[in-house]
Ligand binder design. Structure first.
Ligand code: GLY
Length: 463
């Protein structure tokens, strides 16, 4: 069997899903060289080497250099090393092809640059925005006056975002995160005083979806739409998190979307990609150069933000139902031959089980952090490959036990011919996990999806 060595620059459940996708059909003998944060219990089974590089580029290069002869390509998941230029460093120093955008095309690095790009290319999809830049040296009083003027334009209905990647966590929205100007000011200044630019943009009312585009630098391949659940608690309450779960329907659209929303999402993605690509092929855009966060509104589809990597959890709704061999897809991306990807017509639901203090659920937790996944693993006897368990912020200890760390611990993906049964499988996996973890119960629930459909109706959509 052909051996394939893969440098994995990722951590968390997303990385476990990538490894699962590379290895699951057994066509290649895939060995992983894991530059993750800690020994992930899933990835460890496929790893020839692991080093906790902490995302530091020099340490990643040094680790990869030791195994250079055995590595065929690398793949990166998280935004920080991509934005810091991990691809350029590995390709220039070690000549290992990397699957992720180059530093120049890591547009996730600046929300201001994204908004400026969209203002040129897809102005109708760009909410009105204004940038407040601390380097302009305005006094606090001037900033406050300008901000108040801008808030008047929208009757306070705005979103306040730092010009740095925060996976949704630093975003504050009027009516959700603050209800008075003083509260908004506090959030605004917490960003502004840190030296980062602040974007204050029109709040758009609607229902969110995301679309992850793969590319070889020439072709742009879309994947089905996914809905992420950012808020910590049921009913979309509590602080923003990295994402507590996500769902995908059996086709490309989500239940609250119309065909024209999907087409508009594709059109926006293509226009932005073509502008970034220029003429011909641009290998700097290899990987997932655009993971677009969209919102369906009464005025059509708007862009919330553009990321340049697989979504976490969203990629876990997509890769498990990929019909093509993922190693072949990776080689196609490297060789400029990625002309299509096929997906099974199945629904997928991902639920994250997270530690007690995640999302502010508990102030403190001092009990055991051991997590035992044996019973959840045994569900494969019942569901076969329609249940996937992806440990994330979890560490395999020297004692052989698995410990939950501070972030999202375990993603359970259910796969089925309806959202409802995929959700049941996902929740069965979560409920069968032994450990001090909690989760949202309304991911992909009929009630939540019904609310999305009604919301779109109330805005004037036809569904
Ligand atoms: N699901 C949010 C993110 O990956 O940024």
């Amino acid at each position: 069997m052909e051996k394939v060595g893969v440098l994995l620059i990722s951590y968390g459940s997303r990385a476990a899903c990538i490894v699962d996708s590379l290895t699951k059909d057994g066509s290649y003998d895939v060995r992983i060289f894991d530059a993750g944060k800690h020994r992930n219990p899933f990835i460890d089974k496929y790893s020839d080497a692991h080093e906790a590089t902490g995302g530091d580029i020099e340490r990643i290069v040094s680790f990869a250099g030791k195994y250079k002869e055995k590595i065929d390509f690398g793949i990166a998941g998280p935004e920080d090393p991509i934005i810091a230029g991990v691809r350029d460093a590995i390709e220039n120093k070690l000549d290992i092809p990397m699957i992720c955008p180059s530093k120049e095309f890591a547009i996730e690095g600046s929300k201001v640059i994204q908004r400026e790009l969209m203002a040129e290319v897809v102005p109708d999809a760009n909410p009105r925005y204004r940038v407040f830049d601390p380097s302009e040296g305005m006094s606090r009083e001037e900033v406050r006056k300008e901000l108040w003027k801008w808030l008047d334009e929208f009757d306070n209905e705005v979103a306040v975002k730092p010009d740095i990647p925060v996976t949704g966590k630093g975003v504050g929205v009027w009516g959700d995160h603050f209800n008075t100007r003083e509260e908004l000011w506090e959030h605004f200044m917490s960003i502004y005083d840190s030296g980062a630019r602040v974007i204050v943009e029109e709040k758009v009312d609607g229902e969110e979806f995301s679309l992850q585009f793969f590319s070889d630098g020439k072709h742009l391949i879309s994947t089905p739409c996914v809905r992420d659940y950012k808020r910590a608690f049921d009913g979309d309450l509590g602080p923003n998190t990295g994402g507590m779960g996500s769902y995908k329907d059996t086709g490309n659209l989500l239940p609250f979307m119309q065909e024209r929303d999907w087409e508009e999402g594709l059109r926006i993605g293509e226009l932005i990609f073509n502008r970034l690509r220029g003429s011909g092929t641009n290998p700097g855009l290899r990987g997932i150069p655009m993971y677009m966060a969209y919102i369906c509104t009464k005025d059509g589809v708007k862009v919330l933000e553009i990321n340049g990597r697989p979504g976490d959890p969203e990629i876990m709704n997509i890769l498990p139902i990929l019909e093509n061999n993922f190693v072949d897809i990776c080689y196609d991306m490297i060789n400029g031959n990625l002309t299509g990807m096929d997906f099974e017509k199945l629904a997928t639901v991902t639920t994250y089980a997270v530690p007690m203090t995640y999302g502010g659920c508990r102030g403190k937790y001092s009990g055991s952090t051991v997590v035992v996944m044996d019973d959840a693993g045994s569900l494969q006897d019942k569901y076969g490959s329609n249940i996937r368990l992806y440990p994330g912020s979890m560490k395999l200890g020297d004692d052989g036990k698995t410990y939950a760390l501070s972030s999202r611990a375990l993603a359970v993906v259910g796969i089925s011919d309806s959202i409802e049964s995929a959700r049941n499988i996902s929740l069965d996996g979560v409920k069968s996990t032994d450990g001090a973890l909690w989760n949202r119960w309304d991911i992909a629930s009929k009630h939540h999806i019904g609310n999305s459909i009604n919301h779109m109706r109330s805005l004037g959509g036809e569904k």
